[in-house]
Design a protein around this ligand. Structure first.
Ligand code: NAD
Length: 693
């Protein structure tokens, strides 16, 4: 099969991309288009050419499977193809439906004219991979669409609909009805009118306001701290305004080359591919049947249960919501309603949409009402006996083939499953708070969880708009187990001389969305306290500073009580350093005979992040995580880890495992050095010069 087809309609040659499903610019497609173009140009009977996508879309841009392979750059490359089209003496018209993304839009902009269906999506999303359009996109789009809108598209990577570009040189005509007919008709009209070829490279791009680029730079610096690509996008677009086309292209090329070699774009590409990788489970065939989830049930309408019910309702799945008594049920439903109403008030949801979503949530007190659900998720108190009781009842109620899911954050999923007659149907679905916002879903695979149950949970994650990552059973699973080590260091840092605000600032400057103390205040300090109390009994070797317990003993549970590691003004979520906390810390140090010392940002960051890495290595070695990239994706999507650093494991590799190990060795000599015994896998890989897998 050819990756592109050739036909003629009178004097118009039609080159139709045929590389399903997305018509990516694979080498085979580029080669086929080149061949057909040469044929059209050589044929005197052909007077115009239409490029159109077969199937669902015009073209989705580069073929990611060819990334990092020689095929990606093999001739003809995209730049050569565009140059040939642009130089063609016969008019070339791009006919766009579905979407034209990245290189696909750059190809379309190499054509002399573009026609499109009104809803076709146009985007240059390269910035999301930490790069910029490298085939003239930064030079042609400002000329076609105007500098302001083009810059916005290139810096954000977001799509616009073709109808919104009508009347600009980006979209010459909106076609209602058959696109090919419309495109051929448009080409015939060009010929009949003898219209001259219009090449975007020959047009000018200008800005009205001289300060435009300086303002854009300031905005980007603020909005995209740590990400170098937006500033480079601005530099390239500015070149489109200030320099002749060919000079501007050189600037684009230089910016592209600088970005592609930089650590940030490597990290972003790692994250991009990682999000696809985590959807695949070695040993679980991709065609494993997944159950259709047409309806759901949630038990417990607290913080998590309410959020999870919203997640189902938002995805269009009707959900029953069960509580233990009327009062708790009413409270839970009222919280959901308040949450939606807030979104409506902010203009991000219409009242009608809210009503629809609320109507999908059916509150109930009767287990019999849950019998038809395809998945039943428990989100009751974090207590083994309570969970067992609920699972026993769900087992009795649920229809055959239903999935029984637990939202536990720390308990043994296998023990929970063992209370049912169908452990193969039990799986952990560990949502993160707030469940309707956070993208991460840890899918906890029990010893007996069947392939079908696992496949169903993974497919459900996609349906719900979540990133599902599979974890084995252990205390805390991937994310929270690592977080314990991170918090352990954060608390020790207080013992040794740092203050919460200094620790948070160091980590936020490094790129974390939120420092550990602000995060803990947000999540509720009582949750961690509850976990530590259990640890003191079960794992006495796991040492902690006493400071967080003392904070909790004062009822300082965080934002919800107006005070935690910080204090909060009424109705505000802004953490304010609190002298009372400083006194508590100082008193504790005195009692414990600890002499405070000055601790630099570098030490704060290293100890926090390397603690994650070391535990991550153990998790990998034990097979709890399938691959190191799964750990990275957990941290990127659930813990505010900076995407431009690629996740803890990727970051450790970019620092160099030998260096990481050496730093850990030095901390071994310090306060609570026993925490720094290296994971055997990390020690081995550092010695061998190897990498995580
Ligand atoms: P919560 O206290 O806010 O809600 C628990 C709800 O369960 C309460 O409304 C309670 O009335 C209800 N409930 C208790 N026993 C019940 C029973 N037998 N039948 C029906 N309803 C019952 O707690 P939460 O924070 O929503 O946590 C729920 C679960 O989610 C826990 O397992 C927790 O570990 C886990 N989790 C919590 C978070 C978080 O950040 N809060 C994050 C991930 C997972």
């Amino acid at each position: 099969m050819h990756a592109a087809d050739f036909s003629t309609r009178g004097a118009v040659a039609v080159i139709s991309f045929n590389n399903p499903p997305m018509n990516t610019l694979a080498h085979a497609l580029r080669t086929a288009v080149l061949g057909h173009l040469q044929k059209a140009l050589a044929d005197p009977a052909v007077r115009a050419v239409v490029l159109i996508g077969g199937g669902r879309a015009f073209c989705a841009g580069a073929e990611i499977r060819e990334f990092n392979s020689p095929l990606a750059v093999a001739a003809p490359n995209l730049r050569e193809l565009i140059a040939l089209i642009e130089a063609s003496p016969k008019p070339v018209v791009a006919a766009i439906h579905g979407f034209a993304m990245g290189g696909g839009l750059e190809l379309a902009m190499g054509c002399h004219y573009r026609v499109a269906l009104p809803g076709a999506q146009l985007a240059l999303p390269e910035v999301k991979l930490g790069i910029l359009p490298g085939a003239g996109g930064t030079q042609r789009l400002p000329r076609a669409l105007g500098v302001e809108r083009a810059l916005d598209m290139i810096v954000s990577g977001n799509a616009i609909a073709a109808r919104d570009a009508a009347g600009t040189a980006l979209v010459d005509r909106i076609v209602e009805g058959d696109l090919l007919e419309g495109a051929v008709g448009f080409a015939e009209k060009l010929l009949a009118e003898g219209r001259p070829l219009r090449r975007l490279r020959d047009m000018a791009a200008s800005v009205a306001n001289e300060g435009f680029f300086a303002e854009a730079r300031a905005r980007a610096l603020k909005a995209h701290r740590g990400y170098p690509a937006p500033a480079k996008c601005i530099e390239a677009v500015e070149a489109a305004v200030r320099l002749p086309f060919d000079e501007g292209v050189k600037v684009e090329r230089r910016c592209f080359d600088e970005l592609i070699e930089g650590p940030e774009s490597k990290a972003l590409r790692h994250a991009f591919f990682g999000e696809r990788t985590v959807g695949k489970v070695p040993g679980l065939p991709e065609d494993t049947p997944a159950r259709e989830i047409a309806s759901a049930a949630v038990v417990g309408a607290g913080t998590m249960g309410g959020g999870i019910a919203m997640v189902f309702a938002n995805a269009g799945i009707p959900v029953k919501l069960l509580e233990m008594n009327r009062e708790a049920l009413d409270r839970g439903v009222a919280a959901i309603r308040r949450n939606y109403a807030g979104t409506v008030a902010r203009g991000r949801l219409t009242q009608a949409e809210m009503d629809e979503r609320m109507a999908r949530i059916s509150p109930t007190l009767a287990y019999e009402d849950l019998g038809e659900a395809d998945i039943l998720v428990e989100a009751v108190f974090e207590d083994m006996q309570v969970k067992k009781d609920v699972l026993t009842r769900l087992d009795r109620t649920a229809k055959a083939g239903a999935v029984l899911a637990t939202n536990t954050s720390t308990l043994d999923v296998d023990r929970i499953a063992a209370t049912t007659s169908r452990p193969e149907a039990v799986v952990g679905t560990h949502f993160f708070s707030p469940a309707n916002v956070m993208r991460l879903l840890e899918i906890v695979r029990g010893a007996k969880t069947s392939g079908e149950t696992l496949a169903t949970a993974m497919k459900l994650a996609k349906t719900l708009g979540k990133t599902g990552v599979v974890s084995g059973v252990c205390d805390g699973f991937i994310g929270n187990r690592m977080l314990e080590r991170y918090l352990q260091q954060a608390y020790f840092l207080l013992d040794e001389g740092a203050l919460p605000q200094a620790v948070d600032k160091a980590l936020e400057n490094w790129g974390m969305a939120m420092g550990p103390f602000a995060m803990s205040d947000m999540a509720g300090n009582d949750i961690g306290w509850h976990v530590r109390k259990r640890r003191y009994l079960e794992r006495p070797e796991f040492a902690y500073s006493k400071i967080p317990d003392r904070i909790c003993e004062l009822g300082r549970f965080g934002q919800k009580t107006g005070a935690g590691f910080y204090r909060y003004e009424q109705g505000s979520r802004t953490p304010i350093p609190d002298p009372e906390v400083e006194k508590l810390i100082a008193d504790y140090r005195r009692e414990a005979g600890l002499a405070p010392r000055a601790i630099g940002e570098e030490e704060i960051v290293e100890r926090s992040i390397f603690a994650l890495v070391n535990e991550g290595a153990r998790i990998l070695e034990e097979g709890i995580a399938l691959r190191s990239v799964d750990i990275d994706i957990v941290y990127l999507t659930g813990y505010g880890f900076p995407r431009y650093r690629g996740g803890p494991m990727f970051y450790a590799e970019s620092v160099g495992l030998k260096k990481v190990l050496a730093a850990m060795e030095s901390y071994r000599k310090g306060y609570h050095g026993e925490c720094w015994s290296a994971a055997p896998l990390l020690a081995r890989l550092a010695a061998e010069g190897g990498k995580f897998r």
